[in-house]
Design a binder for this molecule. Structure first.
Ligand SMILES: Cc1cc2nc3c(=O)[nH]c(=O)nc-3n(C[C@H](O)[C@H](O)[C@H](O)COP(=O)(O)OP(=O)(O)OC[C@H]3O[C@@H](n4cnc5c(N)ncnc54)[C@H](O)[C@@H]3O)c2cc1C
Length: 444
């Protein structure tokens, strides 16, 4: 029988970051309770608390690998449920009107709906013997002692007329996403709230699904982006023989509402492939929207004082412009980091009063990588008036050359994909071999 170093942990929020953190905590705590506001569905349907679930989601290769290591057999299970394994040759990425080179590679990713991934993981988490999922319950505040140590959560059922409740824990993990109330709760406890960084490139998603019927194109996933483009699009083959199509509108670009407008918008993209794939397909859903004001990062790692017994994960710490597909993978890397942090604490025999501060410092390098790639691409928009970090312009210039090299050169394309998928550090794009290949071709 497994021995656990610690007694009782509670996780607030049962989406991707909360589920993955729960999976890790279950290895280190005797009991783990996950509190989720929504009543979690058992079928693969989007839910209210995760409205982004209706829109195209890319699971990057590193994230997929971590999830497979937490839940052995998950990839096979997802494929059996209809997820589509996409290798580099079946993936078309049209960037600024050019197709990135196709080559044979060991890289592949899974295309599927977000609910298929999330609910499959939720089922696995629910099956863990020391985990309780208490859904239909809202977290209303942090429980604390007279020394301002966090000792659990105040909760309330979402069903009417239920009394408030509380739940005691040695460690509270806030995974309530972008709208996390922790900055407010910290102020109420007389702690400083974290500094908030923003990259205010507003983007709206318009999404619909279509029946996927022959004749099919020579790709099964297509991404159309620009440098920068105020209009972009994703189309993924997903379970149920469907196309999941998300069109992106930056700033004040008009957002398509009806199916006619959706097709017209698809047709207005710089290349016709996406439009051609759906123009004769039967729509299977309405056009749904999601608007995001940009990327938001809470700099918890900079706080000099942070309460004992609390950490945060996922979008509650940093939420990125979703078009780069990083959020779930960052949550997965954070879960892996949590495992190492708890293993170290186990050796010491205690979590320690500075566990939270160490935690934020240990996840910051991953956040910096993700934030850095958003900066490089989003700061290409002249509409963004913020002061750009001084290193951005040379990086943008070099990355522009990298993009151009990926249209023709498999070595550069492969390293680019590895960096994008968190399999290699961004600095690897500056290795002599890559530099030589990047500058071997003409600049456009
Ligand atoms: C349009 C869009 C597209 C995206 N595309 C991608 C993509 O392609 N790839 C990718 O990796 N990421 C993508 N993301 C980001 C990704 O969805 C998130 O990063 C990921 O879900 C991790 O978020 P999270 O679990 O921290 O928070 P969320 O997913 O926001 O979940 C928060 C959870 O907390 C619950 N909750 C909130 N408040 C309370 C409360 N008081 N009490 C109890 N429960 C509460 C909510 O119901 C919800 O279940 C996208 C995001 C958006 C908006």
């Amino acid at each position: 029988m497994a021995t656990h170093a610690f007694h009782y942990a509670v996780v607030a929020g049962g989406s991707m970051a909360g589920l993955l953190a729960t999976r890790v905590l279950a290895d280190h705590f005797e009991r783990v309770t996950l509190i989720e506001r929504d009543v979690l569905p058992s079928n693969y349907e989007p839910r209210k608390g995760v409205p982004q679930g209706r829109h195209a989601h890319v699971l990057l290769v590193r994230g997929q690998g971590i999830m497979e290591s937490f839940f052995p057999g998950l990839t096979e299970e997802l494929c059996a449920a209809g997820a589509v394994l996409v290798g580099v040759p079946e993936f078309a990425w049209l960037h600024a009107g050019h197709r990135r080179v196709r080559y044979h590679s060991d890289l592949s990713f899974l295309a599927m709906s977000r609910p298929l991934l999330e609910i499959s993981i939720a089922k696995r988490v629910r099956a863990l013997p020391n985990v309780t999922i208490q859904d239909g319950t809202r977290v209303e505040g942090l429980r604390h002692d007279h020394e301002r140590r966090i000792t659990g959560l105040h909760t309330r059922s979402v069903r009417p007329h239920r009394p408030a409740d509380e739940i005691e824990a040695e460690l509270v993990v806030d995974a309530t996403g972008r709208g996390s109330a922790t900055p407010r709760w910290l102020k109420e406890l007389q702690f400083d709230a974290p500094r908030v960084d923003q990259i205010a490139a507003p983007v709206t998603y318009a999404t619909s699904t279509f029946r996927r019927v022959p004749p099919l194109p020579d790709w099964c996933s297509l991404v159309i982006t620009g440098a920068p483009a105020r209009r972009a699009g994703f189309i993924f083959a997903i379970e149920g023989e469907r196309w999941l199509v998300s069109l992106n509108a930056y700033f004040d670009e008009p957002v398509p509402d009806s199916h006619e407008e959706f097709l017209a918008y698809a047709r207005s993209l710089p290349t016709p492939e996406l439009y051609e794939a759906i123009r004769h397909s039967q729509p299977l859903s309405d056009v749904v929207h999601y608007h995001l004001a940009g990327s938001v990062g809470h700099r918890y790692e900079r706080l000099r004082h942070f309460p004992e017994g609390l950490i945060m994960v996922g979008d509650a710490v940093c939420s990125f412009n979703p078009v780069y597909g990083q959020g779930m993978t960052v949550s997965a890397i954070e879960a892996e980091t949590l495992h190492h942090a708890l293993a170290t604490a186990k050796q010491k025999g205690r979590l320690g009063s500075d566990f939270g501060q160490h935690w934020f410092r240990s996840i910051q390098p991953t956040i910096d990588v993700a934030w850095g790639s958003v900066q490089v691409e989003d700061y290409r928009f002249p509409e963004l008036k913020d002061q750009r970090p001084y290193r951005i312009r040379p990086l943008q210039w070099y990355m522009e050359r990298v993009h151009q090299a990926t249209y023709r050169n498999p070595v550069v394309a492969n390293q680019f994909y590895r960096v994008l998928n968190f399999l290699a550090p961004p600095t690897s794009l500056f290795r002599p071999r890559i530099l030589a290949e990047v500058f071997a071709g003409p600049a456009r």
